[in-house]
Write a protein that binds this ligand. Structure first.
Ligand code: NAI
Ligand code: MG
Length: 504
């Protein structure tokens, strides 16, 4: 079994209390790794190291190009370690081979992107603010300081990179708290970081439980910013924590995205897209297309094709290249998803596929849930309003464009959504009406590192990826340099008042 310690100030160390815990293979139930159970004392040390690296270390003062070069080095090391990262991710999170391979590849690519962005201009001159040509005015973007980054288990490597990449590119220092379900993947990244040219203390990694290590980190007075991806429930809690000392905060939270299929859609493409939207990574994606809105004119035809194709989804060993759908990450998540399915049945939605854990003996050790389709769902039902985070899709009927938009927006969430139509003008018009951070037209789940990603409403606050992500890790400073030779200048606001017009 793999064993890991904490990464604090460039050193791998045991937790101060000496405690450890295990991560579990969701396909077999076997232990994968034994890791340190970080607690408050460890968080204190990690924050102190990050503080020192920020206040006294070279990192925030290096040129952007130099920081970028070091980040690109980390991207290369991720690529070089990809075979091991892929197999560990499969083992520890139940990700299918194809998902894990894609994620590791994208993680290296995303880090490389932030390496490039690190070199962007961080100061820009604006027009002289006093008498034309006299003052010089600069807008500078500066790093915020020590960032607490708390991430989930569904994309254990990519979520770390989306957080570390922009924070480091902008010159911040970090304490990263991975999810308790996937600490080994994070610690393999920590090993890469420890071998990189990053100065000690710039990135510290504390494995541990949310309510222990996570909470201690979020409430630490020396943390300047919290960045979190996970449940809306914990996101709200952290926003409360942040309020005590006005920490900066960005949140990437839950979703209940509407996937809208119009009558003029390419039906086969939309069916395949809707399967991918709902069932990719067993539905454990914040962007999952969990509310499938179908136009009345194609409703029955679509459902019959959709159900037929969903039956062909292969459940199995996530390590097998042909497996489409692996187990959920934990027994707890499996139980949670099954309880939502029960709520759907109780509230009167019709389950036409799945609705339970599979019965095949070879899957019995894993935390599987069958691909589940509910039809005739009312948008007010629990299964249409709550994030389920499993392979469960709720099909809702609509008759007009207006109704589709109204149903799509009738949600506390607003992370993503999609439109399937061959009418480009209509698709664009509807896209502008959806209250969501990402809208795909005839596509799903496609995320580019160049495009800002995040949510409207209770799906979050702020954006990851793109230049916006870097902005979220900076404070903005205006520097006004005035002309010292001008002895005639007036203070006490006399200079800002426009001269009153002379009587004619
Ligand atoms: P969670 O929000 O509890 O956990 C996410 C991260 O937050 C983990 O690192 C955890 O250790 C940490 N955490 C938990 N409690 C904390 C606290 N009090 N203070 C600081 N950090 C804390 O999510 P969980 O329990 O893993 O999953 C529950 C539900 O959350 C899922 O069913 C899903 O609906 C949603 N979720 C959404 C994700 C997304 O990508 N938006 C990712 C993971 C979960
Ligand atoms: Mg939780």
């Amino acid at each position: 079994m793999r064993k890991y310690q904490l990464l604090i100030d460039g050193q791998f160390v045991s937790a101060a209390g000496g405690q450890t815990f295990e991560s579990v293979n969701p396909y077999t139930g076997d232990p994968v790794a034994r890791v340190a159970r970080g607690q408050k004392a460890d968080v204190d040390k990690a924050v102190a190291a990050a503080r020192k690296a920020f206040d006294e270390g070279p990192w925030p003062r290096l040129s952007g190009e130099e920081r970028g070069r070091i980040l690109k080095g980390i991207a290369e090391k991720i690529e070089a370690a990809s075979a091991d990262l892929v197999s560990l991710m499969i083992e520890e999170s139940g990700s299918t081979y194809r998902k894990a391979k894609g994620e590791v590849w994208l993680s290296g690519k995303n880090m490389g992107y932030f390496g490039k962005l690190a070199g962007r201009e961080t100061t820009k001159p604006i027009e002289s603010l006093s008498k034309p040509g006299v003052s010089q005015n600069l807008i500078a973007r500066e790093p915020i300081g020590v960032c607490a980054q708390i991430i989930p288990w569904n994309f254990p490597l990519q979520m770390a990179i989306w957080k570390l990449g922009p924070a480091l590119a902008a010159g911040n220092t970090v304490v990263l708290k991975p999810a308790e379900e996937t600490p080994a993947v994070a610690m393999e990244l920590a090993k890469i970081i420890a071998e990189s040219e990053l100065p000690p203390g710039v990135v510290n990694v504390i494995t541990g439980y949310g309510e222990e290590a996570g909470a201690a980190l979020a409430e630490h007075p020396d943390v300047d910013k919290i960045a979190f991806t996970g449940s809306t429930e914990i996101g709200k809690k952290l926003m409360g924590e942040a309020s005590h000392d006005l920490k900066r905060i960005t949140l990437e939270l839950g979703g209940k995205s509407a996937n809208i299929v119009f009558a003029d859609a390419d039906l086969e493409m939309a069916v395949d897209g809707a399967l991918y939207a709902a069932f990719f990574h067993s539905g454990q994606c914040c962007t999952a297309g969990t509310r499938l809105l179908l136009h009345d004119g194609i409703y029955d035809r679509f459902i019959s094709r959709f159900t037929e194709k969903a039956k062909a989804i292969r459940l199995g060993n996530p390590g097998d290249k042909g497996t489409d759908l692996g187990p959920l990450v934990s027994k707890k998540q499996q139980e949670r998803v099954l309880s939502y399915i029960e709520a759907g049945k109780k509230e009167g939605a019709r389950c036409v596929l799945g609705g339970k854990a599979p019965e095949q003996p070879e899957l019995s050790q894993g935390y599987f849930v069958e691909p589940t389709i509910f039809v005739d769902v009312d948008n007010t039902m629990t299964i249409a309003q709550e994030e389920i985070f499993g392979p469960v899709v709720s099909v809702i009927r609509f008759k007009t464009d207006e109704e589709a938009v109204r149903l799509a927006n009738q949600s506390k969430y607003g992370l993503a959504g999609a439109i399937w139509s061959q009418d480009a003008e209509k698709a664009m018009r509807i896209a502008r009406k959806l209250r969501a951070g990402t809208v795909w037209i005839n596509e799903y789940h496609l995320i580019s590192e160049k495009a800002p990603f995040g949510g409207y409403k209770q799906s979050g606050l702020g954006r990851e990826l793109g230049e916006d992500a870097l902005d979220e890790y900076t404070e903005i400073k205006h520097i006004h340099i005035d002309e010292i030779a001008d002895r005639s200048k007036k203070f006490w606001y006399d200079s800002v008042v426009a001269p009153s017009p002379q009587p004619a």
